[in-house]
Ligand binder design. Structure first.
Ligand code: LMR
Length: 400
C-alpha cells in the first residue's frame, strides 16, 4: 500500500547537515544550519546551563510527572517577562497568555492553528525572503500565505518602500509575520524609526502582528534592545502574538524549548484564549517536555544565573561579530571582486552573501563548504581557523 510513495526532497536547511555528515573530507565546513560553534568548531553548552542542570539533578524532590497542557507555569511567566519587559503593563494586567511550546517552530505552529480556528482573517503575509520553514508551518496550519517585499538585493538592505506598499495593500485584519530581530536569512532589520512607521501602518489597518523571536540577544547583544520591536507593539495596547525560541540564545537547540504569548486587550479574553490553546495542544502532543523548560526557568529566576547567561550570550554574539570582521578583512585583503561591506553591516547569526546557487554548489563540490542554496552562511559556524578556507572558496566562486 505504500509502494507508490515518492521520495521527498531533503529539508533545504537541515538537509545541508545531512549532506555535510556524508562528506568524508577533513576540510569540510558546515555553514548551513544556524547553530553556534566555538572557535574550535564545537557545539557549545553554556556554563550556566550546566549549572542549572546540576541543580535540577541534585534536587531529589523533582519528579517526572506530566506538565500541564500549557507547560511549566514559572517558565511561561518568566518567558513573557523576558520578551515583553519585566514591568510590562500587559503582563501585570494579566492580559497575556503564554504557553510553553516545542521551540520556535512549535510556538509558531500552535499560534497559527489557533488563528486558523478563531481569527476572522486567515491570510498571513510573510517577508521575502524568510526562513524556509515559515510558509510550510502556516500553510499546514490552515492559513493562506501571501508575501510582502522585504529585502532589496541591489542595496543588500531593507526594501522599506516596498514593505510599506505591500502592507498598505494587504486586506484589513490580515496577519503579518515579523522577525523580532536579526532577520533570518538576510540579517537586515528595520531601524527603530522604521519599526515605528510599520507599527503605525499596521495598527491603522488593523493588521495583526505575529512575531518570530528566535534571536533575542543575538542582534545587539542586549536582550532588552532586541525585544524593542515587540515591546513597541505591546505598548500601544493592541493585540499581538510572539513565538519565542531558546534554541539559539540559551543554546538549547535539541531541548525544543520555546513559548507562545498572545497579548490580548483584557484579562478575561486572555483566559478564554488560553482555554482554546489547550484544545489546540492536547491532540497535537498532549503537553510539553519538562527538562528544557526547567533549565530556562532556573536561569531566568535566579539573579546571578541570569547575569551569567547575559555574559555568555554576549560572548557568543561578539564572536560572531568578530567573524564578520575577519571574513570581510580577508576578502578585501585577497582583492576578491565585489563590495562585501554587507558582511559587517548585517546582524545576527547569518550573512546573506549574495552568492547564487551555482556558486554555492561550486563551493560545496570544490571546497566542501556547505551552506543553504540561497547563499546564506551561518557566521556562528565560522572560526578564525576556517576564515582563510572560506575566503579562498568565495574568491574562486566569484572569479571563475
Ligand atoms: C536555521 O534557520 O538554520 C535554524 O532556524 C534552524 C532550523 O531549524 O532551520
Amino acid at each position: 500500500v505504500f509502494a507508490h510513495i515518492v521520495q521527498a526532497p531533503e529539508d533545504p536547511i537541515l538537509g545541508v547537515t545531512v549532506a555535510y555528515n556524508k562528506d568524508p573530507s577533513p576540510v569540510k565546513l558546515n555553514l548551513g544550519v544556524g547553530a553556534y560553534r566555538t572557535e574550535e568548531g564545537k557545539p557549545l553548552v553554556l556554563n550556566v546551563v550546566r549549572q542549572a542542570e546540576q541543580l535540577l539533578v541534585n534536587d531529589s524532590s523533582r519528579v517526572k510527572e506530566y506538565l500541564p497542557i500549557v507547560g511549566l507555569a514559572d517558565f511561561n511567566k518568566l518567558s513573557a517577562k523576558l520578551i515583553l519587559g519585566a514591568d510590562s503593563p500587559a503582563v501585570q494586567d494579566n492580559r497575556v497568555t503564554t504557553v510553553q511550546c516545542l521551540s520556535g517552530t512549535g510556538s509558531l505552529r500552535v499560534g497559527a492553528e489557533f488563528l486558523a480556528r478563531h481569527y476572522h482573517e486567515r491570510t498571513i503575509y510573510i517577508p521575502v525572503p524568510t526562513w524556509g520553514n515559515h510558509p510550510k508551518v502556516f500553510t499546514l496550519a490552515g492559513l493562506s500565505v501571501k508575501s510582502y517585499r522585504y529585502y532589496d538585493p541591489t542595496t543588500r538592505g531593507l526594501n522599506f518602500q516596498g514593505l510599506l506598499e505591500d502592507l498598505q495593500s494587504a486586506p484589513s485584519g490580515a496577519i503579518v509575520l515579523l522577525h523580532a530581530c536579526a532577520h533570518n536569512p538576510t540579517g537586515v532589520d528595520p531601524t527603530p524609526q522604521q519599526w515605528e512607521q510599520i507599527r503605525q501602518l499596521m495598527r491603522s489597518k488593523a493588521l495583526l502582528p505575529l512575531f518570530d523571536s528566535a534571536y533575542q540577544g543575538f542582534a545587539s547583544g542586549s536582550l532588552d534592545a532586541d525585544a524593542q520591536s515587540v515591546r513597541m507593539f505591546v505598548a500601544d495596547g493592541g493585540e499581538c502574538l510572539v513565538a519565542q525560541s531558546y534554541a539559539k540564545n540559551m543554546g538549547l537547540y535539541g531541548e525544543r524549548v520555546g513559548a507562545l504569548s498572545i497579548v490580548c486587550r483584557a484579562a478575561d479574553v486572555a483566559g478564554r484564549v488560553e482555554s482554546q490553546l489547550k484544545l489546540v495542544i492536547r491532540p497535537m502532543y498532549s503537553n510539553p517536555p519538562i527538562h528544557g523548560a526547567s533549565i530556562v526557568a532556573t536561569i531566568l529566576k535566579d539573579r546571578n544565573m541570569f547575569h551569567e547567561w547575559t555574559l555568555e550570550l554576549k560572548a557568543m554574539a561578539d564572536r560572531i561579530i568578530s567573524m564578520r570582521q575577519q571574513l570581510f578583512d580577508a576578502l578585501r585583503a585577497r582583492g576578491t571582486p565585489g563590495d562585501w561591506s554587507h558582511i559587517i553591516k548585517q546582524i545576527g547569526m547569518f550573512t546573506f552573501t549574495g552568492l547564487n546557487s551555482e556558486q554555492v554548489t561550486f563551493m560545496r563540490k570544490e571546497y566542501h563548504i556547505y551552506m543553504t542554496s540561497d547563499g546564506r552562511i551561518s557566521m556562528a559556524g565560522l572560526s578564525s581557523r576556517t576564515v582563510p578556507h572560506l575566503t579562498d572558496a568565495i574568491h574562486a566562486a566569484v572569479t571563475k
